[in-house]
Design a binder for this molecule. Structure first.
Ligand code: PMT
Length: 397
């Protein structure tokens, strides 16, 4: 599928969209241009129609696309949505999920990677609200080509100038290449906590939010994988496109992993599985007066260790939440569980790990080698993890 959608908003840098279109055409890509109403006031859609040989889409309900769900159909045909130039207004709409024109509606319909190249006045770009919108979008996996400092349309020098066309096009091709790298592969990913009940309302658990596992799933999907996401209870929305299997307990998680493991190429366990459960589970709520004097706990199944023994040609990745001797303990777990890699997080670090949007990790390999990250969003950490998996798949693991 060699087709991309190019969203064009109103900015003085709009003329650079012509060069962007040419660069894609040189690589045999079809380009479907979507303009905002305001963009058409700066430049006629006829120019882009002439360049692409296709009608430019502006309005959701215009007669050239009589079918009201054209945005849904087109969404399934493109491998990238690039918005260049993107205004503060469109970035704000994307971040808030507003869908009041073709481009913003289309953004909600696509499952392919989204790349945004902002262009605006410096004050607008550095405004707290614009930065918050960019941060929010980054956290949902949207990529940005940062604008540069330079001479702006308002005759000021400053940040906000559209990034060079070559940079926008290079980043697009990186994403396009990646969007196919896991095609035909099945990824089984676990996320979130488990709950081990003593009665219908009380349980043992941990503060895992599911964010890390969901970002991993999103990243694998963006690279073309089929993703089965086995998730403990969370309050966040799973990435669209993942086949989701909800579980509560470690035993339920084990059952779902067992169900899909035979056909999986990759198993990534980011779930924080409780290590113990209550030895007995009461079917009725235990009365205050009847509270037990001692609580008996028994170990839960170690899912990763069990499937590590049946690894075959699969790639197995674990996570390790550690409070001391982080890399040393993680390495031990990688060996015990027969893993290709373990992602070690030091959960004593504030603002990372459980519940946070950020993580700071070390990728530890069974041969003792390791790669350290700085504090980065969970979306960026997921890209790091998937880059390693991609390399291993490339080497025929
Ligand atoms: O969900 P978030 O809020 O985004 O937080 C992310 C996270 C901190 C939960 C995540 O990054 C993480 O570290 N997950 C693993 C936590 C953990 O259970 O670590 P562990 O060292 O206890 O387990 C090691 C590995 O064995 C893990 O891959 C775990 O999924 C697996 N395991 C553990 C116990 C068990 N009974 N069965 C398992 O398969």
């Amino acid at each position: 599928m060699k087709k991309i959608a190019l969203g064009i908003c109103s900015s003085i840098s709009i003329y650079k969209a012509c060069e962007i279109i040419r660069s894609f055409q040189k690589e045999d890509y079809e380009v479907q241009v979507i303009m905002t109403e305001n963009a058409t006031k700066l430049i006629s859609p006829r120019l882009f129609s002439a360049l692409t040989g296709r009608r430019v889409i502006v309005d959701l309900f215009k007669d050239e696309f009589p079918d009201e769900i054209a945005h849904v159909e087109l969404a399934g045909e493109v491998s990238l949505l690039l918005v260049a130039p993107a205004t503060a207004n469109m970035i704000g709409k994307f971040a808030s999920g507003i869908a009041d024109d073709f481009l913003s509606t289309f953004h909600l319909a696509v499952k392919c990677p989204v790349l945004i190249a902002p262009a605006m006045n410096e004050a607008m770009f550095l405004h707290k609200q614009t930065q918050a919108n960019i941060k929010k979008l980054r956290e949902t996996g949207v990529r940005f080509v940062e604008p540069e400092k330079g001479y702006l349309a308002c005759k000021d020098e400053g940040w906000g100038r559209l990034a060079p066309v070559e940079k926008i096009v290079d980043t697009s091709f990186q994403l396009l290449h990646r969007s196919q790298s896991f095609a035909g592969r099945i990824f089984l990913i676990t996320a979130g906590p488990t709950r081990e009940y003593s009665d219908p309302v009380r349980y043992l658990s941990n503060p895992s939010s599911g964010k890390m596992g969901y970002e991993l799933a999103r990243e694998a999907l963006q690279r073309g994988a089929e993703v089965i996401l086995v998730s403990g209870p969370t309050h966040i929305i799973p990435p669209p496109g993942a086949r989701i299997k909800w579980v509560q307990t470690a035993e339920e998680m084990e059952r779902e992993v067992a169900r899909f493991f035979p056909k999986a190429d990759v198993l990534v366990m980011a779930a924080a599985v409780a290590d113990h459960r209550f030895s007995t589970v009461s079917s009725q709520k235990i009365k205050k007066q009847k509270k037990p004097k001692t609580i008996h706990l028994v170990p839960t199944p170690d899912i990763l260790q069990k499937f590590g023994k049946k690894k075959g040609k699969r790639i197995l990745v674990g996570f390790a939440a550690e409070t001391e001797k982080v890399e040393e303990n993680a390495l031990k777990k990688a060996m015990q569980k027969n893993l290709d890699m373990i992602v070690a997080n030091d959960i004593t670090k504030k603002g990372t790990g459980f519940g946070s949007d950020y993580n700071q990790v070390t990728l530890v390999f069974p041969d003792g080698k390791s790669i350290r990250s700085s504090k980065r969003t969970k979306s960026e950490i997921s890209a790091m993890v998937m880059d390693v998996i991609e390399e291993k798949i490339g080497k025929g693991s």
